[in-house]
Design a protein around this ligand. Structure first.
Ligand SMILES: [Ca+2]
Ligand SMILES: [Ca+2]
Ligand SMILES: [Ca+2]
Ligand SMILES: [Ca+2]
Length: 275
């Protein structure tokens, strides 16, 4: 709690500064005249393996936990920065949130890929909300992913997670190639200008993935009331369609699982989900 209160003072001062410049921060900048289209990102959810899954008890509840990885396989970065504070999370407290703004880049030098020193900002779009997360002690972009479990036989929804927020970072490089930096451009931590602080830019570079381990808060589905059986587990990036991307229809990953909640067991099955 001490850390939260200390951060609150820092955040309050920063909010005043940011609020004063919010109008310019979220202004939409038109693409460069005659220039190529913006280098939009393309989020995909990476495959879920056996080691990404676990079942555990938490108090009276039984939770299916999963490690989730969202990768950017486009040639341009996903970049989000904090705009002004407008109580966008609706809790009545203007200190703990900021408008989230996506920054899209133009391919100014016509290379086909993103170069930070050459490619200018093509557009900035307000896309949602960023919020301070006390359990993680850093700032999250909200509504980045959602997890669902469906009965394999009927397709009926069996469990759904809350929409999960992330501090977007470059965790590991999964698609090396043109436009993908060798080192993380959006590191985890408080190093500015990128990081997980209230005034820091967050993102996922081209070719990099953001990994959220199953041990973290929110990486779970409540399966306390479910029978043993076969289910289809899905993980969907940007479920509300807030972030602009090159391809919007490839954000979901699904996997068949055999689940035994009372035995605290889960196992990945072969083949694709049927429903
Ligand atoms: Ca996508
Ligand atoms: Ca708030
Ligand atoms: Ca370029
Ligand atoms: Ca999207």
């Amino acid at each position: 709690m001490q850390a939260l209160e200390g951060s609150g003072i820092r955040i309050a001062a920063a909010v005043a500064i940011v609020a004063a410049t919010a109008a310019t921060l979220v202004a939409v900048v038109p693409p460069a005249t005659g220039g190529p289209a913006a280098l939009a990102p393309d989020l995909v959810t990476l495959a879920i393996s056996d080691s990404d899954l676990a079942v555990e008890r938490s108090g009276k509840r039984t939770l299916l936990r999963l490690t989730n990885e969202i990768a950017n396989r486009a040639l341009g970065p996903l970049e989000v920065f904090p705009g002004g504070s407008a109580n966008c999370d609706g809790d009545g407290d203007p200190i703990n949130d900021r408008d989230a703004v996506q920054r899209l880049f133009a391919d100014s030098n016509g290379s086909g890929a993103y170069e930070p020193d050459a490619d200018v900002v093509g557009a900035e779009r307000r896309i949602g909300c960023m919020r301070y997360h006390p359990a993680h002690d850093h700032w999250h972009v909200l509504d980045v992913a959602v997890y669902e479990l469906r009965d394999e036989a009927t397709g009926a929804l069996a469990a759904r997670s809350r929409k999960v927020g992330f501090c977007l970072t470059d965790t590991r490089r999964v698609f090396p190639g043109v436009g993908s930096p060798a080192q993380p451009h959006y590191p985890l931590g408080s190093a500015k200008p990128s990081g997980c602080d209230p005034d820091s830019t967050q993102g996922i570079s081209a070719g990099w993935a953001d990994t959220y381990r199953l041990t973290l808060p929110g990486q779970d589905l409540d399966v306390s009331e479910l029978d043993r059986g076969r289910y289809c587990l899905s993980s969907t990036a940007d479920p509300l369609g807030l972030l602009e991307e090159r391809v919007e229809a490839n954000n979901q990953r699904r996997v068949r699982i055999a689940l035994r909640p009372r035995k605290l067991r889960v196992r990945k099955l072969g083949g694709g989900c049927r429903t």
